[in-house]
Design a protein. Structure first.
Length: 292
């Protein structure tokens, strides 16, 4: 019976069946009110200040809360967020194209000629700006000269004409070797765009090396010759060609070569060349550079 009473009597602030976390509070002792006055009348209602509102607690040790440990979760979140923002900033800076790559979208000699908004759009659409691609170089390889046949054939193509001419002679020499031009020819077509007169030229040269057992190399060229109309016409006149400054005429070609001779196959079959040319009357001179 006594055990039953002990189980039914549960102190406030405790959980039945567990040891109390805090010691029991002392009993509340109210202040003693004033006695009746001399007239025999009950005293007036006590004011609010007549009660002691201060809670006096004895023997309770309140647990202390470690503020640093309490907010460590938010601190880790803030550190993680800051680190993520710094990483995103670095990635954006790495993806920005360097000045030399951003300038690829601009045409040489046309700086400031186009609308700024259009250039900005072209720069924004520049593919793979973070990828660095090796810049090709040029290595001087050989010089070639050919002489055109005085006789030529013309054929109407659209509103223009295409002219076929053969080579009568020629020679070549350089790092690749040396020899002569034993055959081939070229076709040319005049084109006009605005005030510029251009000539599209495609040619095939049959090169013979000067080895004891000669090798034969097929060389193909394709390019354009551009310049003012009066200078272009002067170059076709043998009497005026020598007076024309070659620096005022742009004649650029791309070259490819191939051979079945094992001595030269590895050198020429997988290469690419470009040439700067001079066409004077019936003579064409090529300075050939290998792209490396």
């Amino acid at each position: 019976m006594q055990g039953t009473r002990e189980r039914e009597h549960v102190l406030p602030g405790t959980i039945h069946g567990f040891v109390s976390r805090f010691p029991p509070l002392p009993p509340f002792i109210p202040l003693q009110g004033p006695s009746e006055d001399g007239r025999g009348q009950p005293p007036a209602p006590a004011g609010a200040m007549e009660w002691d509102t201060t809670v006096v607690v004895h023997g309770i040790n309140w647990p202390e809360i470690d503020s640093d440990r309490r907010h460590s979760g938010w601190e880790e979140v803030e550190k993680s967020w800051t680190k993520q923002q710094e990483q995103q900033t670095r990635e954006r800076e790495e993806q920005q194209p360097p000045p030399q790559q951003a300038g690829v979208a601009e045409i040489k000699g046309g700086t400031g000629s186009g609308p700024p908004r259009k250039k900005a759009k072209a720069t924004a659409l520049f593919p793979c700006p973070h990828v660095a691609i090796p810049v090709p170089g040029l290595e001087s390889d050989f010089r070639m000269r050919v002489k055109l046949n005085a006789q030529s054939a013309s054929m109407a193509i659209g509103d223009s004409f295409k002219k076929w001419t053969t080579f009568t002679e020629g020679e070549w020499s350089g790092q690749l070797g040396c020899g002569v031009v034993v055959g081939g020819g070229q076709d040319s077509q005049d084109l006009v765009y605005g005030k510029t007169l251009a000539t599209q030229v495609e040619a095939t040269h049959r090169l013979k090396t000067s080895d004891e057992v000669p090798a034969f190399i097929e060389c193909k060229t394709r390019g354009f010759r551009t310049g003012p109309p009066e200078l272009m016409r002067a170059l076709q006149d043998p009497e005026k060609a020598d007076s024309v400054d070659a620096r005022l005429i742009q004649y650029r070609v791309a070259l490819s070569m191939k051979t079945t001779d094992e001595r030269y196959a590895e050198k020429v079959n997988f290469g690419l060349w470009v040439g700067s040319c001079l066409w004077r009357g019936s003579e064409v001179i090529y300075d050939v550079y290998k792209v490396i």
